[in-house]
Design a protein around this ligand. Structure first.
Ligand SMILES: [Zn+2]
Length: 309
């Protein structure tokens, strides 16, 4: 695992590193396969009732937390944001599933394969009714909990998630998993800055391209509330003042930088023009999250980090 992490960490410097998109690909190619190896079978052992907000089974928690924190660390590296950025928040911004649900997705697809007879007949029997059928095979935790979780998701979905078609197109299953994560996101306390920009935990992706690494890192950092904006630096005790670095006597917030500060008038004119072209409202949420505006908004953060810092 250490070696494959190097592919990511060696390229993830927030000033000189590769674009978030390239880093995400490195993660998918080198790190994720190692996380996935064998996981479909053990992932359901994590919790008696497999839900994001349920307690872990005794004995599983500590090693699981290490794996989960590694996954979140990868997310932070991809965005180029501070290690203190909320783990959940980073996943929400990236439009990623949580690690347990991502591994469960693969587990559920394995279950569905067996359920529809893509394994042996005995394995198919095991997926259906373990209690009554004498031929049911072992590994009860996988069969019982995967089935229970799939039924739970299916009850809330408009699509038949138990159908064989999910094996060809797993989008409805992914959407059901995101829907359940969103239920937890609504109750999650913390990650306030990200919550203002991303009200829901969905698979919707932001733009991971960039023109300038430091600009893009600072843009994502500002979204996480752990970036270089004075309001965040002041809140974390790094700065003695939260006033705008350009001399305005107001707090340096995202709102001020994107919509108010006279110092960024040139960048703002470009942003307004782009918004008009795309028929979008000029607001902070669109500026920071809309994929088509990302490279335009990045200019604010290049300007912010280039002068009078
Ligand atoms: Zn200002």
């Amino acid at each position: 695992m250490g070696e494959s992490m190097l592919f990511l960490s060696n390229n993830s410097n927030y000033v000189t590193g590769s674009s978030p998109e390239v880093l995400q690909r490195l993660f998918q190619s080198y790190v994720f396969p190692q996380l996935l190896y064998g996981a479909p079978l053990w992932i359901f052992g994590l919790r008696e009732k497999f839900r994001y907000d349920e307690k872990f089974e005794y004995g599983y928690g500590e090693s699981w937390k290490k794996l989960r924190s590694l996954y979140r660390r990868c997310g932070r590296m991809i965005l180029g944001v501070h290690p203190n950025s909320s783990g959940e928040g980073v996943l929400v911004r990236l439009g990623w599933l949580s690690l347990d649900y991502l591994l469960a997705l693969h587990g559920l697809k394995l279950f569905l394969k067996l359920y529809h007879g893509h394994g042996s007949e005995d394995l198919q029997t095991s997926t259906v009714d373990r209690g009554i059928h004498p031929k049911a095979l072992g590994h009860g935790i996988f069969f019982q909990r995967a089935y229970e979780f799939l039924k739970y998701l299916n009850d809330q979905s408009d699509t038949d998630l138990c159908g064989v078609r999910i094996l060809k197109n797993d989008k409805p299953l992914r959407e059901a998993l995101f829907k359940d994560l969103d239920r937890c996101w609504q109750e999650y306390e913390g990650a306030n800055q990200i919550r203002q920009l991303h009200a829901h935990w969905t698979g919707t992706s932001i733009n991971l391209n960039m023109r300038c690494k430091i600009g893009t890192s600072h843009l994502h950092g500002a979204c996480c509330g752990t970036g270089v904006l004075r309001c965040d630096l002041y809140a974390s005790g790094v700065m003695v003042s939260d006033k705008c670095r350009k001399g305005c006597q107001v707090k340096e917030t995202l709102d001020h930088v994107i919509l108010g500060c006279p110092f960024y008038a040139k960048e703002r004119r470009k942003l307004i023009k782009e918004c008009e072209k795309l028929d979008l409202d000029v607001n902070v949420k669109n500026a920071m999250c809309h994929p088509e505006l990302h490279l335009t908004t990045e200019r604010f953060f290049v300007a912010l980090s280039a002068k009078n810092v």
